[in-house]
Write a protein that binds this ligand. Structure first.
Ligand code: HEC
Length: 208
């Protein structure tokens, strides 16, 4: 036992000798991935007519948050009366968590989900076994943001915005980019981190 203790002390001393007390440490949250283990950024697929293909697996991307703007809190007619489930493509997520910047090729999907209709009260809330509140109902649309500063060189920040329909499934198989003023402008003005509303996504805020 004595031998083991001496050996352990020696290992600690050796480790300390190599540590540089003032070496800069890359800011990382508990969720970030070391560079060697990061997933590569997967790029969106564009056809020759410039339309982007609907991603095939966005519900397996990294889920970062769900803003909710229900009709019941917007005088009965919110522009988007749904939960907004936001998913980041895993390669872009890894890069963002490591650097705080959105890499070239970033894709972020926002899937709209209606508030569950059950025993609705005047503000659209329902009572379920866990309590009174808002619960997710049916899928109601899919949008996508893509950062590509070469393909979208004329869009502010290189970000383009797409919708595969504001409706129940099936969603459209492909979509063309919206004009700048339809989507990009509001994101440019109001979003916290390079056109992305990180202020509303706790998983992304946590890296700061
Ligand atoms: C008036 C401002 C405004 C406009 C216009 C707008 N958005 Fe957004 N968008 C938001 C806000 C706020 C969020 C984040 C929270 C939420 O969903 O409520 C968001 C989030 C998103 C996200 C998730 C990634 C992110 O940046 O946070 C996508 C994708 C998206 N919007 C697509 C679109 C598309 C497509 C259009 C155009 C049809 C559009 N947006 C127009 C305000 C806007």
């Amino acid at each position: 036992m004595k031998h083991v203790a001496v050996l352990a002390a020696g290992v600690v001393a050796a480790a300390c000798a190599y540590a540089k007390p003032n070496a800069p440490v890359e800011a990382q949250s508990a969720q970030s991935t070391p560079a060697a283990a990061r997933t590569a950024v997967a790029r969106a697929q564009f056809a020759s007519d410039g339309k982007v293909a609907r991603p095939t697996n966005w519900r397996r991307w990294v889920f970062v948050g769900t803003p909710l703007t229900p009709n019941g809190l917007n005088n009965g007619s919110a522009p988007f009366p749904e939960f907004h489930n936001v998913y980041v493509e895993p390669g872009a997520f890894d890069a963002y968590m490591a650097t705080g910047k959105w890499p070239e090729g970033t894709q972020i999907a926002k899937e709209l989900v209606l508030v569950r209709q059950n025993n609705n009260e005047n503000i659209g809330a329902t009572s379920e076994v866990s309590g009174r509140g808002y619960f997710q109902g049916e899928f109601q649309g899919l949008e996508l943001a893509v950062k590509d500063t070469s393909r979208f060189a004329t869009e502010p920040g290189g970000w383009a915005y797409f919708s595969f329909g504001h409706q129940p499934q099936p969603y459209a198989a492909s979509a063309g980019a919206f004009p700048t003023e339809a989507c990009n402008s509001c994101h440019e003005t109001n979003a916290e981190t390079d056109f992305v509303f990180t202020q509303f996504y706790p998983v992304l805020r946590d890296r700061k």
